[in-house]
Design a protein around this ligand. Sequence first.
Ligand code: NAD
Ligand code: UDX
Length: 463
Amino acid sequence: MGITKICCIGAGYVGGPTMAVIAQKCPHIQVTVVDLNTERIAAWNDADLSNIPIYEPGLDSIVGEARGRNLFFSTDVDKAIEEAQIIFISVNTPTKTYGKGKGMAADLKYIELCARQIARVAKDNKIVVEKSTLPVRTAEAIKSILDNTGNGVQFQILSNPEFLAEGTAVQDLLNPDRILIGGDATFEGQKAIQSLVDVYSNWVDTDKILTTNVWSSELSKLTANAFLAQRISSINAMSALCEKTGADVNEVAKAIGMDSRIGSKFLKASVGFGGSCFQKDILNLVYIAKSYGLNEVADYWEQVIIMNDHQKRRFSNKIVQTLYNTVSDKKIAFLGWAFKKDTNDTRESAAIYVADDLINEHANIAVYDPKVSSEKILNDLNYLETRSSVANASSITSFLNPYEACKNAHAIAILTEWDEFQTYDWQKIYNAMQKPAFIFDGRNLLNGAALREIGFVYQNIGS
Ligand code: NAD
Ligand code: UDX
């Protein structure tokens, strides 16, 4: 069957950009992205493309090209489901915050709601695609709901995890390393796989489109994220050892990365990984392993998270220790709040945890981030529930100008690797700071030698 109508439930960081690229590359397919969040949908429909809810380089022009032609954003979920031949589920799957598996398992309530809604609405056969990252064997639960609460129509469930990284989402979607599609071995299952292969092959070479069984596909996504995060925790563990021994983590990373078996990517020591995926997906993996009684497997992967928490805490401790063991009433300027550059996403950003630690030590935090609003910064801190929102609001201030944020500060901490930080007039910043003026570079971003020349006390990660 030729696919002409696609629906995607969830207009978030994955659903929005992924569907925009599908619409751009497949003008013959009508793509409708739906969400319960009316504000988010209104923002996707904003005439001013600078107001679309997700900042990703290049995304505004793709949305601008396809929106209204074959790309639509709507809150009418039922209508979109009813019309579509393929329905992507791209809703959030956060860590559970209650009940069994609290703090570890993935919360699948949004997934189940989607499955029930699809079952209720669908009047003809549909292909349902898991785009969200899910525990292995979730397709079984989705199938059970669809088959038991549906209108007697046939559903094929595919797993098609998304591997894009934020900040490079558009490039990743246009030139993916691979597309992974898992489906049933049955004739109907293979037909469904082929329908989705046909969509992607409008712009992706077929030799990059990998088809597997459903469980391999579901588990590959968790595995990929676990391996990627493990590399960061591994190099961060070495950064601590470098600081004690006189080795330099950048030199170590380069030396090991030239071994083609190791490879050079994803070896950048940092203040710790953030983002909505790594921690959540590893905790989920740990929970799954435990639920099968595989305790050693669970412990092995949990260590990646333990190391990451340690790295964040190590950074805040270092700031306190270096500032003569007290930051009470001192102004610490944060450059960056997003979990990485080129995104306005702050979920699980290391900056949140470092700020929380320093506020516990009675520091005043001044934040500048080129893409993150003051409202979001305060919400992120409030979400931790360490103290009242009033206490948070009196301990943290956001600035629209980096020079203002750094004025009179005792120290600057670099939390995100935004390119623009490298272009600042650091002499001007130095002149307006308290002395000695400290910089703690949590991203090894700045030119330490040049900053020391100006007079800064400069410390980075891993040297
Ligand atoms: P998100 O929170 O940005 O977006 C999810 C959207 O789904 C929200 O706008 C929410 O309102 C909507 N939603 C929830 N339940 C709904 C329902 N029943 N009906 C309609 N809309 C509903 O999340 P995200 O970052 O896009 O992640 C989505 C999934 O993709 C997660 O499973 C995540 O693990 C996975 N993933 C994320 C990334 C990433 O970089 N963010 C990358 C790969 C995979
Ligand atoms: C990640 C995966 O890369 C992507 O494939 C998956 O689909 C979603 O999760 P994302 O979280 O968007 O993507 O960004 P990523 O580039 O992986 O960075 C995650 C965190 O690790 C960031 O905080 C980043 O700063 C940090 N990081 C990354 C390092 O500290 N060092 C590195 O070498 C790489």
